[in-house]
Every structure is written in structure tokens, then in C-alpha cells.
Design a binder for this molecule. Structure first.
Ligand SMILES: [Zn+2]
Length: 533
């Protein structure tokens, strides 16, 4: 067997990713992200720019130790008309506690004329001498050729001389950057192919931005043309439209194209976790449609489609979801037939062939159709589906009965004269034949009701203290002729063990819809904990 070609991965989430308008990493965040990238076995982790800001200085002073990845310090070539050995910026990079240094420099003559006001010769010297200085200090040197593709299109001779200066000074990597993100895959392929005639592909890297939605395609085009290092970020985080998404590139390179990306098969299964980790750290909603790692990346809907899936998964899936740590998802929807329901029952551990009667499945199919017509959507409310399914088989205990609830909202001025909105909920339920009353306050009616309900149940089920409501979504469904508008509430709950589940409620009243979703959420948790009611 021939040895697979090695593609090196360079993650710039901590520097380029941190340029995103909504992102502000603290030192602790940077450390956590670096550890996660090391666990995934990314070759290079761009740690930041020492000397550029307080956070980066503090991070460089306390770099976590890594098992496999290598930290890279990022900065600039020496300043014009100074010497590389005396340049304080360059020295900050070289003296930082990392083995690898990446410097960015100009390769578009437009910038020389319009911004820097330096000669071409001085620009070549700034690049060459800076790289030489890094190499002389026994550090691995990389050159980020800024605006390379625009520069090459405008003046190929000048752009080439710039990167040649870095290569001749023994830069390990020359990274061609599509800084504006406007270059298209065919152009990238053609230009990188030209460059490989002068600088070997084993020394070339690619850095793409996603301004035309082609950052991943562009990176692949560069690899196809011979480049062997890819720079990108987790989930494509980055300014404007983002950077090349490593989470998409890694499985594409490894699984689809058969390259060695330095990540073991076992470790590939951490891909979904890695992607979720960054979203969670940024408190960002997940992209459920993300290639490979999205919740819907291997989701199947529609009766015919699902029965074909059951016969042969290859018919509708381009890879086995388990390779990247994802799972197949069978959606239940109003298009669903029996096969969807059967597949979904298997997913939740019920084997329809064994215990379930033909008529029970038909009943469940009809029930789902009826409820979806009322506004329920079980596609994304797994926990509510499971309750519905188990209930129709008669195996869900009744943990409590609601007698009634009341919520009050009050808008008032507090002692400081500021507006304050508070809510109070009173709930009456029956647990074990005993009536229990609870009152709670909250910042809104749903919050107050949630607290009151759990208070009323806390004596019998202390485990409910560990649940929190992590996401709450409301959707007003447009009424059809002759009907009233209805509200659909979707709740995501999580517990202290890291489990998450989603439930749904539909009603003409938003608080009542929320209560229905809450009821399912609590029932689901108690069912999973093994309570028999
Ligand atoms: Zn960039």
C-alpha cells in the first residue's frame, strides 16, 4: 500500500477566529480551545500575537502544555528601514515560548504604492531578513502571503518575488492567503499550480476566507494543485463571512479524499464534540444543518426515503455518520409513514418486531399526524416523541396531575424609580393522591411557572433540582381561515450530567403551551431516571 499524502492542519481560531465581530476570547477561553484542538490532534495552533494586546500577552505567559499540537506565534515582518535583529515586534514573536513563528507580509504591489510607501526591494528585504532571523533562532518559520491571489493577478512577477524571498530564507511554509476571500476555486487551482513550479507543494499552505461561500472549496482546490498545509478555524469562525471551516475540511480530506491529516480514526469521532464545544463556549446556537456534524446532516424524512434507508444506508448517506461522531436521525413528520415510526421506535430502544402490535403502530402514526395538524412538530422534539410513543404503548407512568395554575404579571417602578417586571405563579397539583400548592416568583410568567411546578414536585422528586431550561423558543403559527392563531413552544432542558432533551407544547395560550412542554420535560426526566410514579 502506498503511503498516504500528509496534509498539515493549521488552526487560527484563536487569532483569525477571534476577529469575528461577536467574539471576544478571554485567556481562559483560549486555553480551553487550545486543549480541545490538541485533543483533536491539529498540527498547528495559532496562539495569537504576542505584544499585540493584554490577553495575548497573558496567554503566551501561561501557555498550556500540549500533547501533539504545536503552538504558533503570529505577527508581522520587521518594520521598514530597521534591522530584523532589533525589531521589537519580531523579537516578541521569536522570544515567545513557542517553536513555530508565522509572520504576515505584503505581496500585492497595490499596498506598497498606496499604504506603505516603500520600494519593492525593501519589501523583499523585510520578508527575507525576518524569516532568516526566525530561522537563525532555531524556530520554524512560516510566511503568510497577505492578499496573495489579488497580488498575483495584479502583478505576478512581484508577488512571486515576495514569496521567493521567504522561501530562499528557509521558511518551512509559504502560506498563500486569499485575504479578501474573493477568489474562486478554479483561479485558486490555476494559480497554486503555477506556484508549485517555483516553490514545492510540500512547502505551500493555503488560507482562505469565505466571502464567496467557497473557502472550503478553495482550500481543496489548493490541495489538489499541490499545497500541503491548510489554515482554517473550527466551525469556520472568522470575520465577515468566516474562514475555511476545518470541521468540514477534516472529514472531506480524510474520509472522502483519503489524505493523512494526522488525525486517527478514533479521534475523528470527536469532530461533533469539537464543533459543539466551540458553540457552547461562545453561547452560540448550533448550525443544525452543518455538513458532517449538524444534527440534520444524517437526518431522514419521508416514508419512501426511510424505507429505502432501512434496506441500505448507502442509498441516502455519503458516509457513515459514526465516522465523525454523528448519528443517523429518523425524522417523524406529517409525511411519515409506518417505516419512519418503526425506525424511530428502534432508535429509542423499542423493538417493534418483538412486542408491538401492528395496530399499535398504526395508532401512533395516526396520532402523530393528528398532532402535527394541530401544530406540533416532532422532528426536533425527540423527548416529546418518545413520551408520545411510550404512552401509546401504555408504559409511561403518570407522575402527577395538574389541578390548575394561575400566573400574574406585574410592571411597576421600583424604589430607584426603574421599571421592573415581575411574575408570580401559583400551581396546584396532585402527587400520590395528595394535593400540593406552590407559589414562585420569576422574571416572566414561564419562568415563575417552571419554578412553582418544580417546587411542588421537589419533595417527591428532588432530582428535578438538577434540571435547567437551556433554550426556549416560541413560534406563532398563522391561523388558517376560521381558526385562531396558536402558539408552539419548544423547550430544551438539560441536567447536571450533560444530557439535553427537547420537548414541545401547543396551545392558543403561550403560558399553557409552555406548561405542556414543561410537563413533557419533567415526565421525560423522571422516566429516564427510572421512577415508576
Ligand atoms: Zn485570515
Amino acid at each position: 500500500m502506498t503511503k498516504k499524502t500528509r496534509i498539515y492542519l493549521y488552526d487560527s481560531t484563536l487569532r483569525d477566529g477571534a476577529q469575528t465581530s461577536t467574539v471576544n476570547f478571554g485567556v481562559h477561553d483560549k486555553k480551553e480551545i487550545a486543549m480541545m484542538l490538541d485533543k483533536l490532534e491539529i498540527d498547528y495552533i495559532e496562539a495569537g500575537w504576542p505584544g499585540a494586546n493584554h490577553t495575548d500577552d497573558e496567554f503566551f505567559a501561561n501557555l498550556p502544555s500540549l500533547k501533539k499540537s504545536k503552538f504558533t506565534a503570529f505577527g508581522m515582518t520587521r518594520r521598514p528601514s530597521s534591522s530584523a535583529s532589533n525589531d521589537s515586534g519580531l523579537n516578541a514573536l521569536i522570544n515567545s515560548d513557542v517553536k513555530s513563528v508565522c509572520i504576515v507580509g505584503k505581496t500585492w504591489d497595490f499596498h506598497l504604492k498606496n499604504a506603505l510607501n516603500i520600494s519593492e526591494e525593501e519589501n523583499f528585504a523585510m520578508i527575507g531578513e525576518s524569516i532568516k532571523q526566525i530561522v537563525s533562532k532555531k524556530k520554524e518559520a512560516m510566511f503568510d502571503a497577505e492578499h496573495f491571489f489579488d497580488g498575483y493577478k495584479a502583478n505576478p512577477n512581484f508577488a512571486l518575488k515576495c514569496i521567493k524571498a521567504a522561501y530562499d530564507a528557509k521558511a518551512r511554509w509559504i502560506v498563500l492567503c486569499d485575504t479578501n476571500g474573493g477568489t474562486l476555486p478554479s483561479e485558486i487551482f490555476n494559480i497554486v499550480s503555477e506556484i508549485t513550479k517555483i516553490i514545492p507543494g510540500k512547502n505551500l499552505g493555503i488560507h482562505c476566507h469565505n466571502d464567496t461561500g467557497n473557502a472550503v472549496a478553495n482550500s481543496l482546490a489548493a490541495v489538489e494543485a499541490g499545497a500541503r498545509q491548510i489554515q482554517g478555524t473550527i466551525n469556520g469562525l472568522g470575520e465577515r463571512c468566516g474562514n475555511a471551516n476545518l470541521v468540514t475540511l477534516i472529514p472531506t480530506l480524510k474520509i472522502k479524499l483519503g489524505y493523512d491529516v494526522g488525525i486517527s480514526d478514533d479521534n475523528m469521532k470527536n469532530l461533533v464534540k469539537t464543533s459543539h464545544f466551540l458553540d457552547d463556549l461562545l453561547n452560540k446556537e448550533r448550525d443544525r444543518f452543518a455538513p458532517y456534524v449538524g444534527e440534520f446532516a444524517f437526518a431522514h424524512k419521508g416514508g419512501l426515503h426511510v424505507s429505502a434507508m432501512a434496506k441500505n444506508t448507502k442509498s441516502y448517506e455519503h458516509i457513515d455518520p459514526e465516522l465523525v461522531g454523528n448519528t443517523r436521525k429518523i425524522m417523524v413528520s406529517d409525511q411519515s409513514g409506518r417505516s419512519n415510526i418503526i425506525a424511530r421506535l428502534k432508535e429509542i430502544g423499542l423493538d417493534p418486531e418483538d412486542h408491538i402490535k401492528f395496530s399499535q403502530i398504526s395508532d401512533l402514526v395516526n396520532q402523530v399526524k393528528e398532532l402535527e395538524a394541530q401544530g406540533y412538530a416532532y422532528d426536533s422534539a425527540d423527548a416529546s416523541f418518545e413520551i408520545l410513543a411510550r404512552k401509546s404503548l401504555g408504559v409511561v407512568p403518570n407522575y402527577f396531575d395538574l389541578i390548575g395554575f394561575r400566573v400574574l404579571d406585574e410592571r411597576k417602578f421600583n424604589a430607584k424609580g426603574k421599571v421592573e417586571v415581575v411574575a408570580e405563579a401559583t400551581i396546584k397539583i396532585k402527587v400520590d393522591g395528595k394535593t400540593t400548592l406552590a407559589v414562585a416568583e420569576g422574571n416572566g410568567p414561564v419562568n415563575a411557572l417552571d419554578k412553582a411546578l418544580r417546587k411542588a414536585l421537589s419533595k417527591k422528586y428532588p432530582v428535578l433540582k438538577n434540571i435547567s431550561l437551556t433554550d426556549y423558543k416560541v413560534r406563532i403559527l398563522t391561523p388558517s381561515a376560521g381558526t385562531k392563531a396558536i402558539t408552539r413552544v419548544q423547550i430544551q432542558s438539560s441536567d447536571n450530567k450533560g444530557h439535553k432533551w427537547t420537548t414541545i407544547g401547543v396551545s392558543e395560550n403561550i403560558v399553557d403551551a409552555s406548561y405542556r412542554a414543561m410537563h413533557d420535560s419533567i415526565t421525560f426526566k423522571l422516566m429516564k431516571e427510572g421512577f415508576t410514579g
